[in-house]
Design a binder for this molecule. Structure first.
Ligand SMILES: C[S@@+](CC[C@H](N)C(=O)[O-])C[C@H]1O[C@@H](n2cnc3c(N)ncnc32)[C@H](O)[C@@H]1O
Length: 177
């Protein structure tokens, strides 16, 4: 298998971090193929004497994250960069969080962002102000100094955009107007 982007979690959460993560705060994954609703069943059907779980096609890391919560070491693999960032944020990351000052920094309009999403997706997937916001947010992520914070910010952005996914497909604006 081609492993273009893999992350390895070698240390488990601090107990304090895990206890603060028990309430899901992100919208549920909606794309076809997500195993989020099946994670408990998958875990129950898996051998109990394993120390390491290889999430070969990790996607949103829903499955890997569940195994991590059960104190398994998790190796994640996915050839999409945004899934790599989700795995880095949720699996490899032990205790880095986005603090309040990071959120403020990420949401600031620094006025120097490029216009990739604005030029490509305005009127397609996003209204103009949404596209500008996403371009600004992406640029602000690059200015964060910590790699786990960068991945967390990109993961949050990617999961928040789940709200744009209808019936398993990233929704064209015309479908929701
Ligand atoms: C059905 S999704 C994974 C679902 C995941 N377990 C979840 O619950 O979100 C399949 C994933 O496999 C990845 N994928 C497909 N072919 C791959 C390959 N040859 N190497 C690495 N990743 C691959 C895709 O990018 C996609 O994220």
């Amino acid at each position: 298998m081609k492993c273009q982007a893999s992350t390895i979690q070698d240390i488990l959460f601090d107990a304090e971090v895990w206890s603060s993560l028990k309430t899901p705060r992100l919208p549920q994954t909606q794309y076809l193929g997500s195993k989020e609703r099946l994670v408990e069943w998958i875990y129950e059907k898996s051998p109990k004497d394993i120390a390491t779980f290889f999430d070969a096609f990790s996607g949103t890391s829903a499955v890997g994250f569940y195994f991590k919560s059960r104190n398994k070491k998790v190796i994640s693999n996915d050839f999409l960069k945004f899934n790599y960032h989700i795995a880095k944020a949720l699996i490899e990351n032990k205790n880095t969080k986005l603090e309040e000052e990071d959120i403020i920094f990420l949401l600031e309009n620094k006025g120097a962002a490029d216009s990739l999403i604005e030029d490509t997706f305005t009127g397609v997937f996003f209204e103009h102000d949404q596209a500008r916001f996403l371009d600004q947010f992406r640029m602000n992520v690059e200015l964060l100094e910590n790699d786990h914070k960068k991945s967390l910010a990109l993961a949050v952005m990617s999961r928040a955009l789940t709200r744009k996914v209808l019936l398993g497909h990233f929704a064209h604006l015309s479908a929701i107007r």
